[in-house]
Ligand binder design. Structure first.
Ligand code: FUB
Ligand code: ZN
Length: 598
């Protein structure tokens, strides 16, 4: 199966075009401004006298932003952004050491400690800079940045793989492994692929430096990667590692790596993933925990982890062509990822909880002056640890990557969005307002083609020829096929072992998870019981610009008694639900995805 790079796809309208325009017109500038204010941009000047001390992974924050700019340039040149990136490359060139080494913190603050502390993100930063340099080269044809990063990769290879004189062997935060695969793809320099394989193969083979607050599993270093079957530890580190494992499995035909990835994926989606596609439920270690441990109020579910899951699934799709990976991509895209930025494109969530109770934050603040252990209730413009906003900037412009795969005879359609794609001599034009509507028309021009169209996970029965979860069409040159998926809202329940969701339902319409917000339904959402017959009315919410749902629901009667004999008396109400991704755009409010049902 071959991938179709987003540069061959133009998103022409609809849901994702709106988001891509938002990133281009607002978010990319908003993130830059906040990075500028906080000193991240000037840090590239390597000013040892600056009052602002650079953080160990500021390089990576800015690199992800540069990568995002590169992706935006693919469709349309943006001179002001290109000028900023060129300025940053000037500084990288100026401050890179003769040997190839480049890192802000370990040059300005602790030059004596290079490659001594596994947990200080040097190789993680290097990886993000490499990814940015590949993207910028591909977007502009300019090689300077890529050449600088090749020099750095050569130096890393020398120190880690040839001389082996560093204090640790594998990165504390994975990222460089997948970046080196990209470096190999663009330069065809096999050493980069081999260096990636070296880092993946060596992980878990020895005890490396370890903080006393965490175990080796935090870095997925508890056992060699080929023996791993469970998703463990820090979720972003994990997904970036799994991406590299899948990349290498594909390029080396490595069956052991492939099986490990398959086992780990199954563990994630069967035990450790929220209905939103969010992963990494625990604040402690920003990590995966035990199966079915999916609390809603304190869900950690970092935005970067949702992105990491999509990146991993995409590689698994290329490796296996199994439809389940595209299902999970869709789940994360429309929910756990999309909630990460505001509808105005200026602010961000790091954690994406499935329930918000502002009163608990207030309670904590009274006692401690700050909220402990609970995600923030409103998106903010920048974080002290601001890895997520630039990840969003690089992710949305490249969303076309997830739409298609192809082989000699067939084209696979995985995601639905209004777009025109050039694939192997064929033009594919999708017209749709998905996910608002389930109607999709797909026109094929160029030559006769067999189309395999993914039947979404929420479709129970499909009339027509199917194979392994895809609807099959033999399409003649110039022909258009029509699909119409049923988008009827549905009540979903969780596995009984997810105790947090016991007796509750979530509402999904198509791939979109819905939620209740206090601003629509008043306080104390936990008392609302959704009518079990699940009849919904659809209404456009013009304020939010989303499709809202209304349904019959019940509340108990208010009472003064703290405790009283059980009563079956109910007040009937109309509950309003909005897409989960749109929550927290109208001020602070209660929110919940899982509600009681009656
Ligand atoms: O450590 C770098 C990034 O910051 C991680 O990927 C995030 O989880 C956050 O810890
Ligand atoms: Zn993040």
């Amino acid at each position: 199966m071959k991938s179709v790079d987003f540069s061959n796809i133009k998103i022409t309208g609809g849901f994702w075009k709106e988001r891509q325009d938002l990133i281009r017109n607002v978010t990319v500038n908003a993130v830059y401004d906040r990075f500028y204010d906080t000193g991240r941009i000037d840090a590239f000047k390597f000013d040892k006298d600056s009052e602002i001390k650079p953080h160990i992974f500021w390089d990576s924050d800015v690199a992800k932003w540069m990568e995002g700019v590169a992706y935006l340039l693919v469709e349309k040149r943006e001179p002001h952004l290109e000028k900023i990136v060129e300025g940053l490359i000037d500084l990288i060139e100026k401050n890179q050491e003769e040997c190839g080494y480049f890192n802000i913190f370990f040059t300005v603050v602790e030059p004596q400690n290079r490659f001594t502390n596994r947990d200080c993100h040097e190789l993680y930063c290097a990886g993000h800079l490499m990814e940015a340099s590949v993207a910028y080269y591909q977007a502009t044809g300019k090689r300077r940045f890529l050449d600088l990063m090749c020099k750095y990769a050569d130096y890393i290879e020398k120190r880690f793989k040839i001389d082996r004189d560093t204090a640790f062997v594998t990165p504390g935060h994975q990222e460089i492994e997948l970046a080196l695969v990209k470096m190999y793809e663009v330069t065809k320099e096999k050493r980069y692929l081999e260096l990636s394989k070296f880092f993946v193969d060596e992980r878990g083979k020895r005890k490396e430096f370890r903080y006393d607050w965490c175990k080796e599993s935090y870095h997925q270093s508890h056992i060699p990667v080929r023996e791993q079957s469970e998703a463990v530890g820090h979720a972003v580190r994990a997904t970036y590692l799994y991406c590299a494992m899948a990349d290498l499995a594909l390029r080396y035909g490595d069956k052991e790596l492939k099986s490990a990835c398959e086992r780990i994926f199954d563990d994630i989606v069967n035990h450790k993933m929220y209905i939103t596609g969010g992963i990494g439920s625990s604040r402690a270690g920003e990590a995966f925990t035990i199966p079915y441990d999916l609390p809603n109020l304190i869900a950690y579910t970092e935005s970067c982890a949702a992105i990491g899951l999509v990146l991993f699934c995409h590689r698994m799709l290329l490796l296996t062509n199994d439809v389940k990976y595209s299902h999970t991509i869709e789940r994360a895209l429309y929910n756990g990822f999309l909630s990460s930025f505001s509808l105005d494109g200026k602010s961000f969530f790091y954690c994406n909880p499935l329930e918000v109770l502002p009163s608990l934050h207030k309670r904590d603040e009274e006692l401690t002056e700050k909220t402990i252990n609970m995600p923030i209730t409103q998106r903010v413009e920048v974080f002290e640890c601001s890895c997520c906003p630039p990840n969003i900037v690089r992710f949305v412009p490249s969303i076309g990557n997830y739409l298609y795969t192809y082989d000699q005879n067939s084209i696979y359609v995985h995601q639905f969005t209004e777009s025109t794609a050039q694939i192997d001599g064929v033009t594919i034009e999708q017209k749709t307002s998905y996910p608002q509507s389930g109607k999709i028309s797909i026109k094929v021009t160029g030559k006769d083609t067999t189309l395999y169209v993914r039947i979404p996970e929420f479709i129970d029965t499909y009339e027509g020829k199917t194979e392994n979860g895809y609807a099959i069409f033999n399409v003649k040159n110039g022909e258009t096929i029509e699909l119409n998926f049923d988008m009827q809202p549905r009540l979903i329940e969780a596995n009984p072992l997810v105790t947090f969701d016991s007796g509750k339902v979530a509402i999904m319409r198509g791939p979109v998870v819905y939620c209740l917000e206090g601003v629509d339904n008043g306080p104390n959402l936990r008392d609302i019981r959704i009518d079990k017959n699940g009849k919904f009315t659809e209404k456009i919410d013009t304020d939010l610009g989303v499709l809202a749902l209304e349904c019959k629901a019940y509340r108990r009667k208010p009472t003064k008694a703290l405790y009283a004999p059980m009563s079956n008396e109910r007040i009937e109400i109309t509950a309003k639900l909005i897409p989960y991704y749109a929550f927290a755009n109208r001020g602070e409010s209660e929110m919940q995805v899982w509600s009681l049902v009656e």
